[in-house]
Design a protein. Structure first.
Length: 356
């Protein structure tokens, strides 16, 4: 049995891979200092295991046939069994709403310390969560573009910090253009547009995708479609579109001339990290304010923001994107060390060090 402190990550299943990817980012940065184990409501458990971490899966309330009260009771039992097996020094919850079943299991088992990783930038109509931050020893708020590390509350419980943006990989873990194209089987001199418009679990992206495909193909691009690992209904692709299924996608982004994708937290951070000219299509059906996030990114990076709901919008946005592509701007360098700083705080808590 490893002598390293055991840390149990509990990630919810959102509309995309954001919660899981953020936990993986923390776990990736604490290799050699802790033993991360995952309890995931996202079904892509094989991704966790491919990155070298142990994982268990429990179906989310969104996909369960159980009433929410029954689901929480089932969750409490499963989390309790996981706590008994892992015996973690710390449990890290990533999500907007800590479930009653999760909290009850932690209370009954007597988890030594708890962490809440809670990404912000919610829409104005997003209601308050009936769980107090003081129920956690540490609250991590992964920051948006331009955020620096800061301590909002030093005392425990409820020690609260903000971090710079969180990315799964560091810049030096990304492949070069030549390396990425070779691994993906793309030609060295081709013109490629990468599409990652989300899994389509909450919003049907089919019409937008088909319209954008037409715009790029008429301009001589080969479109590469990234299939989301947790998608339950893939878009039917026209002939000539190349599907890929890789994770993390950011590792290969330098292979592409341009990118078109949703404006979730992870995607925006990775667009900034890769410095690929991008068209961002905010999803208005999720809790976070993707439009606001995309507009913030467009102020400092080669990014076009559009809903792309009409032919006119798609034509105009693609034209603007290609202007940015031709301009070949210098990469924007900002602080993207949020995962490292969050991991440091979690490990300190797990080993009983006093945070300063």
């Amino acid at each position: 049995m490893s002598e390293l402190p055991r840390i149990l990550f509990f990630n919810i299943n959102g509309s995309g891979m954001g919660h899981l990817s953020r936990c993986l980012a923390y776990a990736h940065r604490m290799r050699g200092r802790a033993r991360p184990v995952f309890f995931s409501l996202a079904s892509a458990v094989e991704i966790i295991e491919d990155m070298g971490f142990e994982a268990d899966y429990f179906v989310s309330a969104f996909w369960s046939n159980s009433h929410i009260n029954a689901w929480n009771r089932e969750l409490a039992v499963r989390v309790g069994l996981m706590l008994e097996e892992v015996r973690p020094a710390t449990v890290v919850f990533d999500g907007t709403w800590p479930f009653h079943g999760f909290m009850d299991a932690c209370d009954i088992y007597g988890v030594p310390t708890r962490v809440w990783s809670n990404r912000g930038l919610h829409k104005k109509e997003f209601g308050p969560v009936p769980v107090k931050e003081s129920a956690f020893d540490l609250v991590i708020r992964p920051g948006e573009i331009g955020t620096q590390f800061s301590v909002l509350q030093a005392e425990q419980p409820g020690r609260t910090i903000t971090t710079p943006p969180v990315t799964l990989l560091t810049r030096d873990e990304m492949l070069s253009r030549e390396q990425a194209r070779k691994q993906l089987g793309l030609t060295a001199d081709g013109r490629y547009a990468l599409f990652s418009l989300g899994p389509g679990n909450l919003k049907d992206v089919g019409n937008i995708a088909v319209g954008l495909l037409d715009q790029f193909r008429r301009r001589g691009f080969t479109v590469v479609w990234a299939r989301a690992p947790i998608s339950v209904r893939d878009v039917e692709l026209p002939d000539g579109v190349l599907p890929i299924s890789v994770f993390p996608l950011v590792r290969y982004m330098h292979a592409f001339d341009v990118f078109a994708g949703a404006a979730g937290y992870n995607t925006c951070c990775e667009v900034l990290q890769a410095s690929v000219p991008s068209l961002l299509v905010p999803n208005k059906m999720v809790a976070d304010d993707q439009s606001r996030r995309a507009e913030m990114l467009a102020r400092i990076a080669p990014v076009v923001v559009s809903s792309c709901e009409t032919d006119e919008q798609r034509q105009e946005s693609v034209a603007q994107l290609l202007q940015l592509h031709r301009a070949q701007q210098e990469p924007v360098i900002v602080d993207l060390d949020g995962a490292e700083q969050a991991a440091d705080e979690i490990v300190k808590l797990a080993v009983g060090e006093v945070a300063i």
